[in-house]
Design a protein around this ligand. Structure first.
Ligand SMILES: Nc1ncnc2c1ncn2[C@@H]1O[C@H](COP(=O)(O)OP(=O)(O)OP(=O)(O)O)[C@@H](O)[C@H]1O
Ligand SMILES: [Mg+2]
Length: 449
C-alpha cells in the first residue's frame, strides 16, 4: 500500500499533476472506506491516506507554482505590450511633429476620401483643421478630386496636378498624390502634398514682362527717331522749318532712351550689391536741400514750391550719399511731376529715435488709388501709363528707390488720399555715435542715480 502510495505520489508528480489530484482524492477516500469496512488495519489506512493526501498537497503546491509562473509570464507580456504601446504612441507623436514641421501642406486620405491627418501647414493654409472631413472641405478643384479618386481606387499609383487657388492673392500650387502602403486598420490610403509655385511662376512672368517692357519702351522712341531721320533724308531734306520742328523731338526721344538705359544700369548695379549695406554715414539735413535745388527749375515751370524742413540736429544715418541723393531726387521729382500746379512739395525729416530716422516727401497732387499703391515699386508700373510716358517717365524711379532703401536696411511706405495728395516716407538706420550714447545714458535717471 505504502509502495503504491509512494509510487502514485512520486511517479505522477513528475508528469501531470492533474492526474495526481484525480488519483490522490479517490485513493484517500478508498483507504478511508477500506478502514471503515475493516479490510485494512486503521494504521495502514491512515498511512496510505497520509501518502495520498501528501501527494495531493505536493500537487497543490505544484499547481500554485505553475500558476505563479503563468501570472509572471502574463505580467511580462503585459509590460512589453505596454512598452510597445508607449513606443508606438511616441512614434506617432514624433511623426506628427515631423509632419507639422514640414513647410509644405500635407494631407493623408483614407479610401473614403476623408482626411486622416492634416499637418500644420494645411491648417495655416485653410484657416481650419479639416481632419475627419471629406477632401472637398480642403480642396474643391475637380482635377484634384479625380486624381484622388484614381489613387485611392488603385487605378494609379501617383498623380500630379497643377492648379490655382483664388484668394486675396492668387496662388499657384502643384498637388502630388501618392498611394500609401495599405494597413489592416485604415485600408488603402494616399498622401497629398501641396507645393506653392506662386513665386516661381511670378518670377518667370516678371522676367518675360521685363523683357517685353524694355523692348516696348525702347521701340517707341526708336521708331520715332527712325521715322524722323527718313523724313529728313527724303521729303524734308531741304526744309529748315521741319528740321527745327523735328530735331527737338529727336533730342527728347534720344534722351528718353539714354535715361532708360541709365536707369536700367543703375537698377542692376543697386541689385548687385543690395545685400551689402553701406557702412559710411550720411546726413539727410545736408542731402535734402541740395536735391531740392537741383529740381528747382522743374518745379518753377509748374509754379510748385519745394520746402525743405530738416532739423540740423538730426542724427546721421548709415547711408551711401550718392544713392540717398538718388532716392530723394526720384521722390521729389515725382512729387513735382504728379503734384498740382501752383502747389507745395514738403520734404521733411519727421523724427528719429535711437534706431531709425524717418523722412517724408509730401505733395499736393491728385493722390493714388489704393489698389495701385502696393504695385508702385514694380519696374515699369505706372498708374496712368500714357500720362507718365508723356511726362518722360519710364516707371523705374520707385523701383530704384525701393532697392536702395532695401540695401540700406530701411523701409519705404506710401500713404495717399485722392484729391489731397501723397506722402512717401522712408526710415533709415541711425548712426549712434559714442558721444550721443554717453549723453543719452547720463540723462537716463536710472543710470544717473
Ligand atoms: N507723388 C506721386 N503722386 C501720384 N502718383 C505717383 C507719385 N509718385 C509716383 N506715382 C505713380 O507711380 C508711378 C511709378 O512712379 P515711378 O517714379 O516709378 O515712375 P515714373 O515717375 O512714371 O517714371 P520715372 O520715375 O522712371 O521717370 C508713376 O507713373 C505714377 O503713376
Ligand atoms: Mg518717377
Amino acid at each position: 500500500m505504502i509502495g503504491f502510495g509512494v509510487c502514485v505520489t512520486t511517479g505522477m508528480m513528475g508528469r501531470d499533476f492533474r492526474h495526481l489530484i484525480l488519483l490522490a482524492v479517490p485513493a484517500g477516500a478508498a483507504f478511508a472506506m477500506l478502514a471503515a469496512f475493516g479490510h485494512v488495519s486503521v494504521n495502514i489506512a491512515i498511512v496510505g491516506a497520509l501518502f495520498a493526501f501528501g501527494g495531493l498537497y505536493l500537487a497543490a503546491r505544484r499547481i500554485k507554482s505553475e500558476m505563479d509562473a503563468v501570472a509572471e509570464a502574463d505580467a511580462r507580456v503585459d509590460e512589453s505590450l505596454r512598452e510597445e504601446f508607449v513606443r508606438q504612441a511616441r512614434l506617432a507623436e514624433s511623426y506628427e511633429v515631423i509632419l507639422d514641421s514640414l513647410p509644405e501642406p500635407l494631407l493623408v486620405l483614407r479610401a473614403d476620401r476623408h482626411i486622416l491627418h492634416a499637418n500644420k501647414a494645411v491648417v495655416d493654409l485653410l484657416g481650419t483643421d479639416p481632419i475627419d472631413a471629406d477632401l472637398t472641405t480642403a480642396i474643391r478643384h475637380p482635377d484634384i478630386l479625380s486624381a484622388a479618386a484614381a489613387v485611392l481606387s488603385g487605378e494609379s499609383e501617383e498623380e500630379t496636378v497643377e492648379f490655382s487657388r483664388a484668394g486675396a492673392v492668387e496662388q499657384h500650387l502643384v498637388a502630388r498624390l501618392a498611394v500609401l502602403p495599405s494597413s489592416r486598420e485604415i485600408g488603402r490610403a494616399a498622401v497629398l502634398t501641396l507645393h506653392d509655385v506662386t513665386s516661381e511662376r511670378r518670377t518667370v512672368q516678371m522676367r518675360a514682362d521685363f523683357v517685353a517692357n524694355v523692348s516696348h519702351e525702347l521701340r517707341t522712341p526708336l521708331a520715332t527717331l527712325v521715322g524722323f531721320i527718313e523724313t529728313l533724308r527724303g521729303a524734308a531734306r531741304d526744309d529748315p522749318e521741319a528740321l527745327d520742328k523735328f530735331l527737338p523731338i529727336m533730342d527728347e526721344e534720344g534722351s528718353r532712351m539714354a535715361g532708360l538705359v541709365q536707369d536700367l544700369l543703375s537698377l542692376s548695379r543697386i541689385e548687385a550689391n543690395e545685400h551689402s549695406p553701406p557702412s559710411e554715414n550720411a546726413r539727410l539735413q545736408d542731402i535734402l536741400p541740395v536735391v531740392a535745388r537741383t529740381l528747382e527749375r522743374e518745379a518753377e515751370k509748374k509754379g510748385v514750391v519745394v520746402i525743405v524742413e530738416a532739423d540740423p540736429e538730426a542724427p546721421a544715418v548709415f547711408g551711401d550719399r550718392h544713392q540717398l541723393m538718388q532716392v530723394f531726387q526720384n521722390l521729389i521729382h515725382n512729387a513735382v511731376k504728379y503734384g498740382r500746379e501752383q502747389s507745395e512739395v514738403r520734404v521733411v525729416i519727421d523724427g528719429w529715435d535711437r534706431e531709425y530716422l524717418t523722412a517724408s516727401v509730401i505733395d499736393q497732387g491728385e493722390g493714388i488709388p489704393p489698389e495701385h499703391i502696393p504695385r508702385l515699386t514694380e519696374r515699369f508700373y505706372r498708374v496712368d501709363k500714357a500720362r507718365s510716358r508723356a511726362m518722360g517717365g519710364t516707371g523705374l524711379g520707385l523701383a530704384i528707390v525701393k532697392h536702395i532703401v532695401n540695401r540700406h536696411q530701411g523701409r519705404l511706405w506710401i500713404e495717399s488720399r485722392l484729391g489731397v495728395g501723397s506722402r512717401f516716407s522712408i526710415s533709415l538706420p541711425v548712426v549712434v555715435d559714442a558721444g550721443d550714447e554717453m549723453a543719452t545714458e547720463s540723462q537716463d535717471p536710472a543710470t544717473a542715480s
